[in-house]
Ligand binder design. Sequence first.
Ligand code: NAP
Length: 324
Amino acid sequence: MKAVTYHSYGGPETHELRDIPVPEPGEGEVRIRVRDSGLNPWDWHIYRGDPWLARFSYGLFTPGERVVGADAAGEIDALGPGVDGWEVGDRAFGFLGFGACAEYAIAKASRVARIPDAVSDADAAAIPIGAITALGGLEDGGGCEGRRVLVIGASGGVGHLAVQVARVLGASRVVAVCSGSNAAMLRDLGADRVIDYTRESVLDCGETFDVVYDTVGTTRLTRLKRIIEPDGVYLAAGGLGGGPLLGPAWAIFSAKAVAPVARRRVVVVGTEPSHENLTRVAAWMAEGRLHPVVQETYPLERSAEAFAALEAQHVAGKVVLQVA
Ligand SMILES: NC(=O)c1ccc[n+]([C@@H]2O[C@H](COP(=O)([O-])OP(=O)(O)OC[C@H]3O[C@@H](n4cnc5c(N)ncnc54)[C@H](OP(=O)(O)O)[C@@H]3O)[C@@H](O)[C@H]2O)c1
């Protein structure tokens, strides 16, 4: 099978499209014939070994995992021992962690869900990490029912889904922060107001919020607190830059560290892509309440270009790799 592989830490220019053996599913696993793979910063943090902190998990000197990609959608092709509720030929999408940019990939059955008939493989592939990170954070922060929600980094893979998930969870007002070129997209997705961070500081927005969901970490919590209600919550999902040691974790750790001084609750957003949560977001997609924006779809052969576009950190929505 064809797969996007890498052999040492480095950028997408070092990746090779190679023929490698088709993997076999183990206990509790399914094999997916991949149609599309949605790309995420998770992928490039791992193949670059950046930040270094990640190398403690993925291999200190050389990467342990050798096929790129975490999110996939396609068709179940084989079942490992102990897997119930799936049949060969079922359409499925989910979070694989590794190996998704390949013609066949292995997933834990507990981390995939059915793709609704009305949803395309490309849209399903664009969903797992982004939507689950949005949903997990917003629910861990106490939900959105009747609350005013601010999403910073709202045009990105996570942010544009967080705006929609906040709406589904009953937010009374959703305000999005992104660059002006993406403002129309965010309004279409349900934002009541869009703040263009290139022209206006979010600190001068003239309103306060119960929930702040932040994927970029560019404004310190000690300053942001003035637009967060005293009983509000700051959801630390990620960060830009942060240096070679900690990367995005820097923004998250520092928000947590200053929380007592800022006197605001901080929740560190995690990703737990369970079958149940994937099934919930699939239902919202089927109902037309959640839809990913796919900025561009690239063929497998142009994966280096697709990852370079993602690494520039200004994709509007998602980039998807068409595998089959
Ligand atoms: N905690 C978790 O479990 C988890 C899971 C997934 C992702 N993450 C993290 O969340 C972060 C976002 O992920 P993503 O998939 O949304 O990334 P992405 O698709 O690459 O989005 C990047 C975002 O950054 C914005 N941006 C770029 N430069 C900016 C600047 N100077 N000031 C303000 N905003 C700027 C972009 O907005 P414009 O293009 O409009 O400028 C865009 O919205 C990453 O750090 C990722 O590692 C965490």
